[in-house]
Design a protein around this ligand. Sequence first.
Ligand code: ZN
Length: 209
Amino acid sequence: MFARPEAVFSQILTVNVMEIVVYPHPALRWKSKPVQEINADVRRVVAEMLELMYAHKGIGLAANQVALPWRLFVLNLTGDPAEKDEEVVFINPEILKRKGTVEAEEGCLSFPGLYGNVRRSANIVVEAFDLQGNAFEVSGDDLAARAVQHENDHLDGVLFIDRMTETIRRPLDPVIADFETQYRRGQEQGKIPADEVVLRQLGEREPKA
Ligand code: ZN
C-alpha cells in the first residue's frame, strides 16, 4: 500500500520472475489458501516480496499481489530496507478483534497512483505464524492496523476500492476504468496473458498439502 505515483510497474506475469501485478489482474480477486508448510520456498518468496515492496516504495505487500494464492503478507511500516527489525511476516493471519473505526487515505501497489480514503477498524488484534513457524499475536492501531487490514483483505480478494464509500469512489471510477482499459489492451497486444491462462496458473500455485 501507499505507492508513490512515480513508481513504474510491469504488468507482465511470467512463471519465474516475481512481479507486482496491477489491477485487474485475476490474482487480486482470488481467495488465497493457507500455507501448509513454512519451508525454503516460503522463505524465498518472502525475501523476494520484501525486495519488491522496497523497490516500489511500499510498506506492505500481499502474496496475491505477486500472483501467488498463498495466505501471507509482509509489512515494514517504515518502508526502509535498512530497518530490518521493522519487517513483519504474517503467514495464515487471522484478525481476532476489531475496535472503533477511523478513516484515512490509502494507496496500493496494484493501483499505482490511485489514492482514496478508506474506513477501517481503529484497533485490531491479529494472530499469524512467523517464518520460523511460531504463532504470534500482535495488536495495532493507526497505520499498523490499517496496513494489516488492507493486506489481509488482499488474501480474500478484497481491494481497497471495494471499501470506499460511494462519495469517495465515484470520482475515482474513471481512473479505475483506465486501469481496466490498459490491462485489456495489454492482453490484446499479447503483452499480458489471457485471464484463463492466469486463472489456471493460480490454481496450480495454490499451496499443496
Ligand atoms: Zn494493496
